[in-house]
Design a protein. Structure first.
Length: 438
C-alpha cells in the first residue's frame, strides 16, 4: 500500500468518525424535542377526552378536527384520563433540562397543565378541595384573604362620596343609573371602543394580518363577556345583555376580550408557538388550568397597557360618553368613584372562598356580594351562578391582574415607561409563562 492510500484511508476514517459523532450529538439534542412533542400530543388528546365529562373544560381547540371526533367516539373514562395524566407527568419529569429558556418554560408549563388536569378529574369525580387548595391545584396560585374590616373601610370612604340616603349599596346603585349605556346604543359604543383599542394595540404589537373577531349579544349567561377563540387568528366575542351595561364596560370589555386581551393573547400564542414552533399543546385551551390566570390577568391588565389614565379619560370624554348619550362632564366623578370600588374586587373571592369551604350557602353569598361588592340583587344572583359553575376561577381576574402588573412593573414596565411596558407585556402574551414563575 502506498502513502497516498494510507492518507486517503486515514482521512476517510476521520470523516466517518466526525459524521458518526455529529449524528450522535444531533440525536441527543433532538431526542428531547421529539419526546416532548409526543407527550404534548398525548396531553391534547387527554384534554379533549376530559371535555367529554366536563362541558366547560375545553375552552378552545383548533388542532386536527379528527382528534376531537376521536375523543367524542372513545369517551375515555375519568379514571383512565387521570392515570394517563399521572403517567405523562412522570415521563415529563424524566426529560433532560433544555438549554433554552423558552424550552424550559414549555416543559414546566406542560407539567403544571397536566397536574391541573389530574386535579380537575378528581374534582369532577366528587372530591372536594377547599378554596385555596383548589386554586393552587388548578391555577398555580392562592389569593390573599381579606377580612370584612377591609371592605367595610372602603365602604366608609365611599359613603362620603355618594349622595342620597339609605345603605351605601343602595346609594351606589341609584347614583350609577345615570351611567348605563342604552341598549340601542350599546353596539355603536362597543364598536368605537374596539376600534380604538385595536388601533392602539396595532401601533405597538405586530399581529397576524388576517386576525379578526365578531361580536354577538347574548342573554342567559353567568358571565358578562366571553371570548371564544376559533383558531386561524379569529375570535367570537359574546357580550351578555341580561343586566345594564355601564359606560366603563365599553373600554373594559373591548380591551379584556379583544385588544390587547384574550383575542391578542390567543392569536400570539397560535402564531409564535403553534404555527412557528409546532407546539401542539397550545392548540387546546383547558379552562381550569394555570393558563387561565395568565389569560385573565393579562386581559384585565391590558386596559392599563393600551390606555394611560390621561388617554383613557380623554377618549371617554370625547368619544364614549357622547356616543352613549351621557354627559362627559360627569366622567371625572364617575371614574373617581370607580377607582375606589376597585378595592372591593376581592370581596367576590371571599364570597367564593366561604361558599366552597361550606361556611355559607348561596343566599348568604348573594347577601355578601350585595353588601361588600356593591352588587344589585340581580347582579349578585348572576355572580352566585358564576361561582357555582366556575368555583375558584374567580381568583384569575383580580389576583391574576395584580400578579401580571407586579411582573411587568418590577421589570421596569411602569406607566412612566410605556414602550418598555408594551414589550414586557408582549413577551408575556407570547410565551408559556406560569403564575408561579411571575
Amino acid at each position: 500500500m502506498d502513502i497516498v492510500g494510507v492518507k486517503s484511508t486515514a482521512l476517510l476514517v476521520t470523516a466517518l468518525f466526525c459524521v458518526l459523532r455529529n449524528t450522535a450529538a444531533f440525536a441527543a439534542d433532538s431526542a428531547m424535542p421529539r419526546d416532548i412533542n409526543n407527550l404534548a400530543e398525548r396531553y391534547v388528546h387527554l384534554v379533549l377526552a376530559m371535555g367529554q365529562h366536563d362541558k366547560d373544560y375545553v375552552d378552545a381547540f383548533y388542532g386536527p378536527a379528527e382528534w376531537k371526533t376521536a375523543a367524542e367516539k372513545e369517551k375515555k373514562p375519568l379514571d383512565a384520563i387521570r392515570d394517563e395524566a399521572v403517567q405523562l407527568s412522570a415521563s415529563i419529569s424524566k426529560l433532560p433540562t433544555p438549554d433554552s429558556e423558552l424550552e424550559r418554560l414549555r416543559v414546566a408549563n406542560l407539567s403544571k397543565q397536566l397536574a391541573a388536569l389530574e386535579a380537575r378529574v378528581r374534582i369532577v369525580k366528587g372530591e372536594r378541595l377547599n378554596f385555596d387548595d383548589e386554586s393552587q391545584a388548578l391555577y398555580d396560585a392562592v389569593a390573599p384573604t381579606r377580612p370584612e374590616s377591609h371592605f367595610a373601610a372602603v365602604l366608609t370612604q365611599l359613603e362620603a362620596k355618594l349622595p342620597g340616603k339609605g345603605s351605601v349599596s343602595e346609594r351606589y346603585e341609584e347614583w350609577r343609573k345615570r351611567f348605563v349605556i342604552p341598549k340601542e346604543k350599546l353596539d355603536a359604543v362597543f364598536q368605537l371602543a374596539i376600534k380604538e383599542c385595536r388601533a392602539r394595540t396595532l401601533a405597538k404589537l405586530k399581529l397576524p394580518p388576517n386576525e379578526s373577531f365578531t361580536v354577538e349579544y347574548v342573554t342567559g349567561k353567568s358571565w358578562s363577556g366571553y371570548n371564544w377563540y376559533k383558531g386561524d387568528f379569529r375570535s367570537l366575542i359574546q357580550v351578555n345583555t341580561d343586566l345594564p351595561v355601564y359606560v366603563d364596560r365599553a373600554v373594559d370589555l373591548a380591551a379584556h376580550e379583544g385588544y390587547p386581551g384574550h383575542h391578542v393573547y390567543n392569536a400570539l400564542l397560535e402564531k409564535h408557538l403553534v404555527k412557528d414552533r409546532s407546539w401542539v399543546e397550545f392548540s387546546v385551551y383547558a379552562l381550569f388550568s394555570p393558563q387561565s390566570l395568565i389569560a385573565e390577568g393579562t386581559a384585565n391588565y391590558g386596559k392599563e397597557v393600551v390606555f394611560s389614565k390621561a388617554e383613557r379619560m380623554k377618549f371617554e370624554k370625547e368619544v364614549v360618553f357622547p356616543a352613549a348619550g351621557i354627559d362627559p362632564k360627569l366622567a371625572d366623578e364617575y371614574y373617581a368613584v370607580q377607582e375606589m370600588t376597585k378595592e372591593l374586587s376581592y370581596a367576590g373571592n371571599e364570597a367564593a372562598r366561604r361558599f366552597i369551604n361550606g361556611e355559607i350557602d348561596a343566599a348568604a353569598v348573594a347577601a355578601w356580594l350585595e353588601k361588600y361588592a356593591l352588587m344589585e340583587p340581580k347582579r349578585a344572583q348572576q355572580r352566585v351562578r358564576f361561582i357555582e359553575q366556575y368555583r375558584s376561577y374567580v381568583i384569575n381576574y383580580n389576583l391574576g391582574e395584580d400578579m401580571v402588573r407586579q411582573h411587568v412593573e418590577k421589570r421596569g414596565g411602569t406607566a412612566e415607561q410605556p414602550e418598555k411596558r408594551w414589550r414586557i407585556f408582549e413577551e408575556l402574551l407570547s410565551s408559556p409563562r406560569l403564575p408561579s414563575s411571575l
